[in-house]
Write a protein that binds this ligand. Structure first.
Ligand code: MF3
Ligand code: CO
Ligand code: CO
Length: 293
């Protein structure tokens, strides 16, 4: 018997009957499926489906509504534990769960990091004072979906050093985000952040990195805030990860306190951080935890 099957051309009508060209229809879907499988196999990166993206976006909206209300509370005299209580209660009230609580033994529902604290500050009896900078890092789990974001706020009147490091940390995240597009690489993001921050005379923390997020708190890939253009995994639509540069006014070296969590600068100088959850789209990017930078 003669084999009557013919190769389907890119420009022929799709055999599925859609009336579209094959290249714009099922060929694309096949490619998409194989990219999904390849990213899982090669990198353990889970590309998100439209339904998953909707879930993460909804979680991000809740996160930002809590963040906006935290912002209005920040003032000299506020106890960091009061931020924890607020975030914890508002998260539960929305039918969500605070991801930090009991995560690898973390004892509270939010990270609150003041001045020389780089990240993972544990809320407690410490009281905010005029001139402090304070990072609040919030991660709810809503309907099983995670979104992760943080902002650094001024307490009362900022000092010149405070103003400088907060401005440069925010712009570092902005530079990183604006690099995101299909075809760019993780190294491009790291390089954009590092070259900007170091160009301003600041330093980039290496020990903590951004991460895939959405179905779990910390997924692949790791998103380094330093690196070389063109290196690392290529970005493809459906990737969801955080970018969360920690920028120090002095040197980048750090140590972790006895509590096993609080990371502080060795030189005692200020550190600031901003974090958003970013989706790679066909056109570029969308923040699932949007705020102005
Ligand atoms: N939210 C942090 C991040 O950006 C992780 C905090 S882990 C915790 O990845 F246990 F301290 F909450
Ligand atoms: Co994060
Ligand atoms: Co975070």
């Amino acid at each position: 018997m003669k084999n009557k099957s013919v190769k389907i051309g890119r420009n022929t009508l799709c055999p599925c009957g859609s009336g579209q060209k094959y290249k714009n229809c099922c060929r694309n879907k096949k490619l998409k499926i194989s990219i999904r499988e390849e990213y899982k196999k090669r990198y353990d990166i889970r590309l998100k489906t439209p339904e998953e993206i909707r879930g993460i976006r909804k979680c991000g909206d809740l996160l930002m509504s809590i963040m906006d209300r935290v912002e209005t509370m920040i003032a000299p005299g506020l106890k960091t534990d009061d931020i924890n209580t607020f975030v914890h209660e508002e998260t539960l009230r929305a039918g969500a769960v605070p991801a930090p609580l009991n995560y690898r033994g973390f004892p509270k529902s939010v990270c609150v990091s003041i001045n020389e604290v780089i990240c993972h500050g544990i809320p407690g009896e410490r009281i905010l004072k005029d001139g402090d900078i304070v990072n609040v890092d919030i991660t709810p789990i809503l309907d099983g979906y995670y979104a992760d974001a943080s902002k650094t706020f001024f307490v009362g009147t900022p000092t010149p050093d405070g103003e400088k490091i907060v401005r440069i940390a925010a712009r570092s995240l902005k530079r990183g985000i604006e690099t995101v597009a299909p075809g760019a690489t993780l190294g491009d993001i790291g390089h954009a952040i590092q070259s900007y921050a170091e160009g301003e005379g600041c330093s980039v923390v290496r020990e903590f990195v951004g991460h895939g997020v959405g179905i779990d708190f910390h997924e692949q890939p790791q998103v380094l805030h330093f690196g070389s253009p063109g290196k690392g995994v290529s970005l493809v639509p459906g990737m969801v990860f955080t970018i969360e540069p920690m920028i120090n006014l002095g040197k980048r070296d750090l140590h972790v306190l006895e509590d096993q969590w609080t990371a502080v600068t060795n030189d005692g100088k200020l550190s600031a951080q901003f974090e958003q959850t970013i989706l790679v789209t066909e056109k570029g990017w969308e923040s699932l935890t949007p705020y102005a930078l």
